[in-house]
Design a binder for this molecule. Structure first.
Ligand SMILES: [Fe+2]
Length: 245
């Protein structure tokens, strides 16, 4: 499943696309991004002027929270993905969009996976939450459990908002890595509700347009508690099923 990132294979044009994407997005994120994201990008020395080298990022990230980025060729099955998260390994694509796809790419590339996700993994509580989602992914078996987990992942890891010092800020990777949706998420066009686990897991989403509804947390400790409660629910389902059979 894992591959090697041959850093020497990247062309000058690819390094330039990364640095153009980085420059455009980071400027806005100084205003829009949450503190944990901005601190995380500094802690892992996320490069702005060239493509990131995963081994180099890991040399900063792993001593902090135990997380490691591992290169994968593309989409991997959900069960494998969650199994990686459960052992603090984050699968990342290593290809980058071309110039024609600069503004929009339907599938994740290294800019989404590394720029959007990885800085948050340097945050203790966020890292704990992500690992717990991995554990939940290994436990979820029924259609309903898997749907609930997908919804929880979507409205936090991918599209989460946090309230910080009276302002709503971005922490979800889909918002952090997208100038258009990141900006839109902070406008009144998007309904924002306080994060409640029972509601979030029942809220389905569509991926082909900007999200009309997003959930706001007060702090990352809230996510860790939510993941614990979610895992307790999965265990309860197991026990109930075991007793009934
Ligand atoms: Fe993502």
């Amino acid at each position: 499943m894992f591959i090697e990132q041959d850093y020497t294979q990247y062309t000058a044009a690819q390094h330039r696309i990364w640095s153009d994407l980085y420059e455009r997005r980071m400027l806005d994120l100084c205003e829009q991004g949450c503190r944990a994201y901005l601190d995380g990008a500094q802690k892992i020395c996320l490069p702005g002027n060239r493509m990131p080298e995963l081994a180099e990022l890991n040399s900063y990230l792993t001593p902090l929270t135990g997380w490691q980025v591992r290169a994968v060729p593309g989409y991997i099955p959900a069960r494998d993905f969650f199994s990686c998260l459960a052992v603090r390994q984050f699968p990342s694509t290593i290809t980058i969009r071309n110039a024609e796809q600069f503004n929009y790419l339907p599938e994740p590339d290294i800019f989404h996976d590394v720029f959007g996700h990885v800085p948050m993994h340097a945050h203790d509580e966020f890292g704990d939450f992500l690992q717990r989602l991995g554990e939940a992914g290994r436990m979820a078996t029924s259609e309903a459990e898997i749907r609930h987990l997908q919804n929880l992942f979507w409205f936090t890891i991918e599209f989460g908002l946090i309230q910080e010092e009276g302002h709503t800020k971005l922490y979800g990777s889909g918002l952090v890595s997208s100038p258009g949706e990141g900006r839109h998420a902070l406008t009144n066009a998007v309904e924002k509700r306080p994060f409640k686990l029972e509601e979030v897991i029942e809220t389905d989403f569509e991926i082909d347009h900007f999200q009309p509804l997003l959930y706001v947390i007060d702090g990352f400790d809230q996510l860790v508690s939510a993941a614990d409660a979610f895992i307790d629910g999965l265990r309860h389902n197991r026990d109930t099923f075991a007793k009934a059979s």
